[in-house]
Design a binder for this molecule. Structure first.
Ligand SMILES: [Zn+2]
Length: 237
């Protein structure tokens, strides 16, 4: 039956169309993943840069505080030369000692902050390197994707055109039936008989019906699943 041949070709086209459409729908997700990764590293870089900036501000503040303490210390030391009483003298010495301790603590803090600055700078360099690699990968992937999308677009439009030509040759009620089954099922609408059973749902097909299907001058559907059945010549059934 010529119609069955047309339906099988139509189904082949539809299955290919489904495959290409599924691939096309899946492609943007791959890009999305790379974009997300890039975004995460970029956020990491931004927060490291902000931390480094804050550290540098803190160091500058600590340094100016140290300079100020140094001035105070110098002033106290000059005052030592002019004090009149022992009490004043020892009070000044205590002050000088306290300023000295404060200054030392600040200097220690500055050293620690400088070390942190170095670590942060190194991490920033690494993140920049990683980002530039990811940026290149992203660009490459985008080119690859665009190319594949164009290819898929071409494959789809060729098949849609073929499909239109083919479906014009199929009788309207048969085409309707085919399309109804196809839209209700994820896989095939037309299946072969296998040893007297439906190739789609494996339901038993009565012998009389098998014979009618074999003759092939009418469309027969499976009573179990409603798919259109056909007889494949190269099998025993
Ligand atoms: Zn069936």
């Amino acid at each position: 039956m010529e119609e069955m041949g047309l339906l099988l070709k139509l189904q082949e086209l539809d299955l290919e169309l489904h495959r290409f459409e599924a691939e096309r729908a899946k492609l943007p997700a791959e890009m999305e993943q790379l974009e997300q990764q890039y975004g995460q590293f970029n956020t990491g870089l931004e927060s490291q840069e902000a931390a480094l900036k804050a550290l540098k501000v803190a160091i500058r503040e600590a340094e100016s505080k140290t300079a100020h303490l140094e001035e105070i210390s110098t002033k106290y030391k000059q005052q030592l030369l002019t004090v009149k009483t022992n009490r004043e003298y020892s009070a000044l010495l205590t002050e000088i000692e306290s300023v000295k301790r404060e200054k030392e603590e600040l200097e220690e803090q500055i050293i620690k902050q400088m070390e942190k600055t170095e670590t942060a700078s190194r991490e920033i360099e690494q993140l920049k390197q990683k980002l530039s690699e990811l940026g290149a990968a992203k660009k490459e992937k985008q080119t690859e994707l665009d190319l594949r999308l164009r290819e898929i677009g071409g494959e789809i439009s060729v098949r849609k055109q073929k499909r239109q030509e083919l479906s014009r040759q199929v009788k309207t009620p048969v085409l309707r039936l085919y399309e109804r089954i196809m839209s209700s099922r994820v896989n095939r609408a037309v299946v072969a008989l296998h040893n007297g059973s439906c190739g789609g749902c494996f339901a038993h097909v009565p012998l009389q019906k098998v014979a009618a299907i074999r003759k092939g001058n009418q469309i027969h559907t499976c009573e179990g699943c409603g798919r259109i059945l056909y007889y494949e010549d190269n099998q025993a059934s």
